[in-house]
Write a protein that binds this ligand. Sequence first.
Ligand code: FCB
Length: 453
Amino acid sequence: MSGLRFPEGFRWGAATASYQIEGAAAEDGRTPSIWDTYARTPGRVFHGHSGDVACDHYHRYREDVALMKQLGLGTYRFSVAWPRIKPDGSGPVNSRGLDFYDRLVDELLDKGIDPMVTLYHWDLPQVLEDRGGWTNRDTAHYLADLATATIARLGDRVRTWTTLNEPWCSAFLGYGSGDHAPGRQDPAAALSAVHHLLLGHGLSVQALRAGGAREVSLTLNLACVRPDDPDDPHDLAAVRHIDGLHNRIFLDPTLRGGYPQDMRALFARFGVDRQILAGDEDVIASPIDLLGVNFYQPSRVRAGVGVDCGPANPGSEGCEYVQQDLPVTAMGWPVDATALYELLMRLATDYPGTPMMITENGAAYHDVLDGDRVADTDRIGFLDGHLRAVHAALSEGADMRGYLAWSLLDNYEWAYGYDKRFGIVHVDYDTQRRTPKDSARWFAGVIGRNGLV
Ligand code: FCB
């Protein structure tokens, strides 16, 4: 057989997140999350869209699981909504909230699909934000309590657990630039959130192990940061800082035992080093079994005078992002799959010994539903290119265990509301009708042959 084949046992699937698809925002005891509040704050989200109904997955999960089965997905990555399971953030468990995930897990297993549960994909209970959110150390402990409650109910059937999804976004977009909930704009708060998210990760790894978890992971959105001029030492210094903020500040403490020196200095510069207590780094370094890599776009930076990389990048004075001459998606994100290859090879070299999985990769395009069809050739090209990059990294020794497309369904794309469509399945938000796009059929073919033609 010709074409590229992936190793036997390579895991194929798709990912979603609770707030982006579930809807049923006020049902069965769920309380508001920071995203409910943010969506209701004028001017924050495109057209004031909220996740109140979203894809109505809470009521339509059976139909959605049937669709997954039809596409041949072997793995489904979803997140649990903290405000369903613990409506007051830190107190008693709401069993009706857990009932939903119990039914979902049973439905998945019944269809032969492996559930992969993320504990935190950004929907912090608003009551916890009212007490400081991720700038409050207690929140880290409450996340571990959520882990304990969730694995107690689902641990007999769920093999793979993920603590956090993209803490970079939670911290730097949530508390730095304010582009995500809770919408704060304070560099010290963002760095404090980084530490408490990581502490929450470490405590949750321990709670999940105590609950019998067989496979524990962390999902990061890692960046391939390139210099504008690879021979300019100032550009290389700019790369180093942005790489620190996107990659090393998360990777080093979780996989190498502690924060890198330059990021320690950054914590100190913003007065956040005091919040890093003795023993915290040991907790954060609790071993994981799998690193989830989310990848969407490459970045390029250079040094400059009187510039910075914006409020999502504390301490970035003297660095700026450079426009790249590449095709872009509907998000305006540049497309370059070689950056994924480079990133995976770098991870394999600098952080050896941790198996990796692509836990999100995909693209928004201006899809057109024509009868029963969405001819999304751009998305097929995107996925094909990035899968080739994963395969190339695999062939050169990167320990890649699987690939999950973002996303199964068109859904609530955070501050962009329903305006941006990342699904391989189209959703008509008026009728909730699901229509597999051409990319879904194409992906089903890839899964079926375990490879690319
Ligand atoms: C990632 C998020 C995911 C989705 C994609 C497009 O940063 O994890 O929820 O919004 O981007």
